[in-house]
Write a protein that binds this ligand. Sequence first.
Ligand SMILES: *Cc1c(COP(=O)(O)O)cnc(C)c1O
Length: 393
Amino acid sequence: MSPPPIPLVDLGAQYRRLKPELDAAVQGVIDSATFIGGPEVQQFEKEFASYLGVSHTVGCANGTDALELALLALQVGHGDEVLVPANTWISTAEAVTNVGATPVFVDVDPQLYTLDLASAARRLTPRTKALIPVHLYGLAAPMDEIMAWAGEHNLFVIEDCAQAHGAEYKGRKVGTFGQVAAFSFFPGKNLGAWGDAGAVVTNQAEIAERVRMLGNHGQLTKHQHQIIGRNSRLDNLQAAILRVKLRHLPDWVAARRAHAARYTELLQETGITLPHTPLGHLHAFHLYVVQVTNRDFVQAQLAHANISTAIHYPRPLPFVPAYQYVGYTAADIPAAAQGADVILSLPMYPELTPELIGRVCLALRKTQSQRATPQRKQAVGQVIPSVANQARG
Ligand SMILES: *Cc1c(COP(=O)(O)O)cnc(C)c1O
């Protein structure tokens, strides 16, 4: 009999723990019969702003829209270039393209996976208008350096916080550094709705007001269409769900960090490259990403042990068909290109248990010792003799 499955993310487990709270919140919205905007949206916007330590939150339809609305509010558009990391979810670049500007891909740090400023500097032109650092996998990009560099070159900084709810950099939550920041509440994110949802956050009242107008047909009050906007609003139902979950977010981030620490402890001395958290960072571990050179074999073996894994992301954006026209080669983004062949995301969600993590690590260690040199077998044996013996036997 195969062992029970270990998914990458387990939203069912999360719901079972919060069922009474969530069901009551949803029923309340149904009873109120207020579905677009509404009191839950207003409350959530206040509570999320206060959680982050930022003045304004404006809910919108999803994280991709949040990025687009942020760019539009800053009037980034035709003729402008925006620096974006080569390894991220496509939304980061797509939002730039969709406002009529040009995404310019820059390399990432090979260990931290966040945007590499030296590579950004090489891509700077007189048209560069903004920079979108992504706090990928839950680790903050180096915001002091980024803000200083952007200031020097007069660039807007739009933080993509879609994977980093609760991440901190030098004691401050991400989303509080740039002129504006975008969050996604896609169900599987650290804070997730029951469908699509997102938010723009900022300390500048004018930006918040502009985002609010843009996402609501250019109006602040009904039928006063000041500018051409669009429809990108947060539903009352999603806001009610997000309010319940926001109360648990600090515990969930703590649980993710504890799970990551356990992974890191159990995967020492295996030859697997583990996530690195520099001093001054509080990693929110949306994903726990390792590097393995025999990745196909590892994924197959883990799948055989009923353990799900994923790759975030299998191809740097300049190499996906939609962006191939930029004409990059691996030499333009060496770290992102190399990383794409070896990165692997392990199961990560707050409801994971030490037992489940133990099972993942045992299966992973076997994949390394099976193809290891004699020296490495010895190294494995020094740490966990039982694993090494199993592998030999
Ligand atoms: C999820 C994600 C987004 C977009 O969020 P949606 O709500 O799915 O539109 C943007 N950027 C990054 C890095 C993401 O992971």
